[in-house]
Design a binder for this molecule. Structure first.
Ligand code: SF4
Ligand code: SF4
Length: 364
């Protein structure tokens, strides 16, 4: 199973959509448990995947190294803002299977959301880690909000060369703030005039690349959903939280979703008194998703949103329209993708992603 380890709740950036204001009354800012207690808990799982998470985990590199030196894990994952990637020694860098770096698209968009100079620093650092021999999966992890042009910003990131990303993934800046729609001038207009048409253009561009260049570009939401459509499978919540992904907070509590330490529904136990096998399926998607006609493809999108309904049912349903549009657009090209597979232009294996739960949520 996947374990998010919150290495610290502190971050060096103040991104517009986050604010970075952790409340120490909910969880301590820094880890208070003994790493040997963490080891005892995690190693009861025969195949643990460890994802370092924050705050900004690279603010606590010594702790990260101590954990990597002393705990056995099947895979290592890092979610970082990328600013301190140059500080990671080669030995540790090369041990990571997946590194997700926050970057929001074109320079002006990334720097608008994340602070001046962030884009340039992140690109310098990913070039450096490639030069230092990082050969794992490098994912550009975007947050998509009111200033994003989804077509231009994703296209910018997938077309980067030297340094390049292997995959691009995004999460919408929705349903996690209250009052709602804070970073949109007009959310409905943004969805109908910008985001949804941009998804249509991006799906067409993705398909054209398959035809002309015989490759499947690493756009994670498209790959993940197309895999489900091609195989006709049913999916569960794709980030896996509460199913095969759990979070260990700075105090040693175990919660499902890493962004919600303050909610009772999210609390599952602690590293001293809970066994890994007791964790799955204790908190699950409920409410409107269970009767949704595309639940088997969407999986419920986000447990946090499903449980908190911070934008009310009306706002929740507005976001579902983006999921529905995305699924419809991929359904539209599915017969043509199948023909390309049959003709040997691309392979069904190109849609075999992720190879393990590397913390991508698939549904934006
Ligand atoms: S589209 Fe909306 S209602 Fe349907 S499963 Fe996804 S999140 Fe739930
Ligand atoms: S998709 Fe939602 S439930 Fe899953 S990890 Fe992200 S915030 Fe948590």
């Amino acid at each position: 199973m996947l374990y998010f380890i919150i290495l610290t709740r502190v971050c060096n950036l103040r991104c517009l959509y986050c604010g970075n204001d952790p409340d120490p009354r909910i969880e301590p800012l820094e880890i208070t448990y003994d790493i040997w207690d963490l080891k005892r808990f995690v190693e009861k799982d025969p195949e643990p995947i460890i994802a370092f998470y924050g705050g900004e985990p690279l603010l606590r590199i010594n702790l990260l190294e101590e954990i990597m030196d002393n705990i056995k894990a099947r895979h290592w994952v890092l979610q970082t803002n990328g600013i301190f990637l140059d500080r990671l020694e080669e030995k540790y860098l090369k041990s990571f299977d997946t590194i997700l770096v926050s970057i929001d698209g074109r320079p002006e968009i990334t720097n608008y959301y994340r602070g001046l100079g962030t884009y340039e620093r992140v690109l310098e650092n990913i070039k450096l880690i490639r030069e230092r021999g990082f050969e794992g999966d490098l994912i550009a992890r975007m947050t998509v909000s009111g200033k994003t042009d989804i077509f231009l910003d994703v296209k910018h990131l997938v077309e980067l060369k030297d340094p390049n990303f292997d995959h691009v993934h995004w999460q919408l800046d929705v349903l996690w703030d209250s009052p709602p729609y804070q970073r949109y001038d007009d959310f409905d207009a943004w969805v109908s005039k910008s985001y949804n048409p941009g998804i249509t253009r991006l799906v067409n561009y993705w398909y054209e690349k398959m035809v002309k260049e015989e490759k499947v570009l690493g756009i994670i939401p498209f790959i993940g959903i197309m895999k489900t459509l091609l195989r006709g499978e049913r999916t569960n919540l794709r980030c896996g939280v509460g199913i095969n992904a759990f979070t260990i907070t700075t105090s040693g509590r175990i919660i499902a979703c890493p962004i919600a330490p303050e909610f009772e529904w999210n609390f599952l136990g602690d590293i001293w008194n809970t066994e890994p096998e007791e964790l799955p399926w204790r908190v699950t998607i409920s409410g409107p998703c269970l009767s949704c006609d595309i639940y088997h493809i969407c999986g419920g999108r986000c447990l946090f949103a499903n449980k908190t309904m911070l934008w009310g049912i009306e706002g929740f349903r507005k976001v579902c329209q983006t999921v529905r549009h995305l699924v419809n657009e991929l359904e539209r090209i599915k017969p043509r993708v199948e023909r390309l597979i049959d003709a040997g232009v691309i392979s069904e294996k190109d849609f075999d992603y992720p190879p393990f739960n590397n913390s991508v949520e698939i549904i934006p």
